[in-house]
Design a protein around this ligand. Structure first.
Ligand SMILES: NC(=O)c1ccc[n+]([C@@H]2O[C@H](COP(=O)([O-])OP(=O)(O)OC[C@H]3O[C@@H](n4cnc5c(N)ncnc54)[C@H](O)[C@@H]3O)[C@@H](O)[C@H]2O)c1
Ligand SMILES: [Zn+2]
Length: 352
């Protein structure tokens, strides 16, 4: 059992990480601030698995179900959540529980941040990615037809409730995508995460609650040092400049976590090529990613198109390229104005 406190600009809150936490919500409703009018927002996949039971367990809750998938992380869904909130009688003293992966967390979180100028939010992440990444840090928002995450807000939750046992129902491919972000957190700040996943590949038992705890702590440390994304939070983009371009050029056929895995390989290759990092780390991390079933090569993409997609990154100011590279595990560095030839050479290596 772990309780990780987070300092945010709006005060302190706790992230609870406990096996079987889901079953304890009824008994601990007061402790978690859930003994008041509550909307449990979830999706069509998770409502029968967890949403209905959670709603029944709480003293005064209504179930609000949105469709499943990134395609529904948009303003139409937000509008329908608002009308469900009105119908459920939510007022300014009510609370929204976002029960789901990053899509539910971001969408329900944005609705909670804006309904009646903002009501309370509790995050209950159910995917590994949401547990170690999207539920921590206060960023919520939705996509526009013109691009991902173009509308949003900072909304700190009142608490985050993580029950690692809920991963039992998560599809394997989604689980692996979460591992990609966990490995990213390990690379950024916690070598032990990488060691423990490597041990698991050799047959040792994987202590998932402990790994989640360590990966969440990495994210907490980064967002505490930079709550509004003015500096160090950019490190969380390790591998992501590449990943977003792979996703975009593939027409989103490559899932985010898989794109991140290839993006991490690319970022480490670029680090070695520019002599910031050691080439040995490339082989080691590619083996780890492959070992957990993630790809380290993207197939069938046009390298020129990938480079062009990277150049539209909102973090590339005035056309000047900007990459998060790694000197060694635990030591990220922001590098600007990388010669395009070096980037293209890396793309040639990771695209088959
Ligand atoms: N706010 C942030 O800081 C932040 C950070 C990273 C990613 N994100 C966002 O997160 C989203 C991706 O999140 P995701 O990877 O969780 O995708 P997701 O929310 O689409 O979930 C993936 C799939 O797994 C299913 N699922 C989730 N938990 C399950 C469980 N326990 N059992 C069975 N099925 C389960 C979902 O219904 C869905 O079909 C993207 O929209 C991304 O932009 C936000
Ligand atoms: Zn990511």
């Amino acid at each position: 059992m772990a309780r990780l406190p987070v300092e945010s600009p709006e005060g302190q809150y706790d992230i609870w990480i406990e096996p079987r936490l889901f079953e304890q919500v009824k008994a601990r409703a007061t402790e978690f601030g859930l003994n008041r009018r509550t909307a449990v927002v979830t999706n069509t996949t998770l409502a029968p698995l967890y949403g209905e039971a959670l709603t029944a367990a709480l003293p005064d809750a209504a179930l609000v179900v949105m469709p499943d998938g990134e395609a529904h992380k948009n303003l139409d869904t937000v509008a329908s959540l608002y009308s469900e909130f009105v119908k459920a009688g939510l007022d300014r003293s009510s609370v929204v529980i976002a029960l789901g992966g990053g899509v539910v967390g971001d969408t329900a979180g944005f609705a909670a941040a804006t309904y009646m100028r903002g009501i309370s939010l509790v995050q209950m992440p159910t995917s590994l990615l949401a547990m170690v990444d999207s539920s921590v840090g206060g960023k919520v928002g939705v996509d526009l037809p013109q691009g991902k995450n173009l509308v949003g807000a900072f909304k700190q939750p009142e608490c985050v409730l993580i029950d690692p046992d809920m991963l039992a129902t998560l599809p394997t491919r989604e689980y692996r995508c979460g591992l990609a972000e966990m490995i990213k957190h390990g690379l950024l700040a916690d070598a032990l995460i990488l060691e423990k996943i490597t041990d698991a590949l050799a047959g040792n038992l994987l202590d998932m609650p402990m790994l989640i705890e360590r990966a969440v702590q990495v994210k907490i440390n980064v967002v505490q040092s930079d709550p509004y994304e003015k500096g160090a939070r950019a490190h969380l983009n390790l591998g992501h400049t590449f990943a977003h371009a792979f996703e975009q050029v593939s027409g989103y056929a490559i899932p985010h976590g898989e794109a991140v895995a290839v993006g991490l390989a690319a970022a480490l290759r670029l680090s070695a090529r520019l002599e910031y990092g050691k080439p040995e780390l490339v082989g080691q991390i590619e083996a780890l990613l492959r070992g957990v079933g993630l790809p380290v090569r993207a197939s069938g993409l046009d390298a020129e198109a990938v480079y062009a997609a990277m150049a539209t990154d909102k973090k590339w100011r005035a056309g000047k390229s900007r990459f998060i590279l790694l000197k060694r595990v635990g030591e990220p560095v922001i590098v600007e104005d990388v010669p395009p030839g070096e980037v293209m050479a890396v793309l040639a290596e990771v695209i088959e």
